[in-house]
Design a protein around this ligand. Structure first.
Ligand code: GDP
Length: 434
């Protein structure tokens, strides 16, 4: 357990109905009783007068609660004060805590870091928690919650069990020394590896969708200058996000609008019109458009209703061809919108949503690049093991060693090994009080 007792406001700063201050560490109980009198039973919230220990002055009337080390978030004795949520009340209590011997303000993410170090959560769960705190849409919340509740951790445990059994089979074979390995042993081990490998690959195949849910799907709005891209984006955002201009070539940079599309996070990119130009600034904008278009999940090609020319990009099945300014005439079959009247915009959003949802449904538990990389390494190592085992020619010692390596890669996923050097990275996104 850490020596130091830490404290911080756990709720967002600013005016609110309630503000929570959290204290964690060996002195949590004594700090609580110094402020709020005799200790209540653990996990029982009581209303107390909170007084300044140095002069007895009332700081607030608050609900206070404490948790024993075994049943707290951090794995240490913890106390919470649920104060009236004003900046002055919170500051007065934080000041009183800062004056206490052995207490100090917490660093960002320090409560969660202690939870991890005390074994209350594993690394994958911490990453899930981090995403949960950042979640803005329903899909993001659901995905983060699955991981925080230990979905990925249970998977890894399950793989681990089977691979350890496979390793035991192989190591049993090592005892046969000079003789060939009994075929049955190797086959049993190889079968186990094969099943695990298939499951690892299934998780990997859903990693991209999971990453999209975490970071937002990207939809690039492309089209020739004046096709109505900025106007459409404004209609989508229902606010003035991009400059709409009558002169061609004014949108010189990529403008992003983030939308919550029925639970899916979507970033629309308005791009500079694609056309030949001598203007160097416009050319930079066009270059960025092309890049944005390349990286987008869906490219939406907007074409004016009276523009009969071919699109300037090759459209694939994943892309959408949309007629713009449909209020000016009768559009042929297909998607047609008028950003001015709003006609067709809902249908466009529904079409987009259905496509993105199909991708979102393939998402797995792999929500971080770090996790994906660990999984890929594990899969590669497993593949090597499997071909060694199936060929039956390798030394069993080497096979066992390879298998242990694969296992370590998979365990890195939930932080069972080499955690220390990952921590700073993982906690970089946490705020104080978490
Ligand atoms: P961009 O260059 O593709 O971003 O095009 P803009 O959004 O700047 O629009 C170019 C011109 O077309 C502006 O004068 C807009 O007012 C006009 N415009 C855009 N959308 C529509 C629409 O749905 N109907 C009509 N009639 N005009 C539109």
């Amino acid at each position: 357990m850490d020596e130091e007792t830490i404290f911080a406001q756990a709720t967002a700063p600013g005016k609110a109905g309630v503000a929570v201050i959290r204290i964690s560490g060996p002195l949590a109980d004594s700090a609580l009783s110094a402020l709020a009198g005799p200790l209540p039973e653990p996990r029982r919230m009581v209303l107390r007068r909170v007084a300044n220990p140095s002069n007895g002055e009332t700081l607030d009337h608050a609900l206070v609660v404490r948790f024993a080390a075994e049943a707290s978030f951090t794995g240490e004795p913890t106390a919470e004060l649920h104060l009236h949520g004003s900046a002055a009340v919170v500051r007065s209590v934080l000041d009183a805590l800062a004056k206490m011997e052995g207490l100090r303000p917490a660093e960002p993410g320090e409560f969660t870091r202690r939870a991890l170090l005390n074994g209350r959560m594993d690394l994958a769960q911490v990453e899930g928690l981090s995403d949960l705190l950042a979640a803005e849409t329903e899909a993001q919340r659901l995905q983060a919650m699955r991981v925080m509740e230990g979905g990925l951790s249970r998977l890894v445990d399950h793989w681990r069990e089977r691979l350890i059994r496979a390793a035991a089979l192989i190591e049993a074979g090592i005892d046969f020394a000079d003789e060939d390995l009994p075929a049955g042993l190797l086959d049993g081990a190889a079968d186990a590896m094969e099943t695990v490998l298939a499951e690892v690959k299934a998780e990997l195949s859903g990693a991209q969708a999971a990453e999209r849910i975490r970071e937002g799907f990207r939809v690039a709005i492309l089209g020739r200058p004046n096709s109505g891209k900025s106007t459409l984006l404004n209609a989508l955002a229902k606010r003035d996000a991009a400059i709409v201009s009558e002169h061609a070539g004014t949108t010189r940079d990529v403008i992003e609008v983030h939308l919550d599309l029925w639970g899916l996070p979507v970033t629309f990119l308005d791009t500079a019109g694609l056309r030949e130009t001598d203007d160097p600034v416009e050319r930079i904008g066009i270059e960025r458009s092309r890049k944005a278009a390349e990286n987008a999940d869906v490219r939406l090609w907007l074409q004016e209703i009276d523009d009969g020319a071919e699109p300037e990009i090759a459209l694939s099945d994943a892309d959408l061809f949309v007629i713009s300014k449909a209020d000016r005439g009768s559009a042929p079959d297909g998607l047609a919108v008028s950003a001015l009247t709003g006609k067709g915009v809902d249908l466009l959003l529904e079409t987009l949503f259905n496509r993105l949802r199909a991708t979102a449904q393939t998402s797995s538990h792999v929500i971080r690049v770090r996790q994906r990389v660990a999984l890929e390494r594990g899969a590669e190592a497993l593949e090597r093991c499997l071909s060694l085992a199936r060929s039956g020619i390798g030394e069993p010692e080497i096979l066992a060693e390879e298998l242990r390596y694969a296992l370590r890669q998979l365990e890195a996923l939930i932080g069972r090994v080499d955690v220390e050097d990952l921590l700073d990275d993982v906690f970089a996104s946490f705020c104080i009080g978490k």
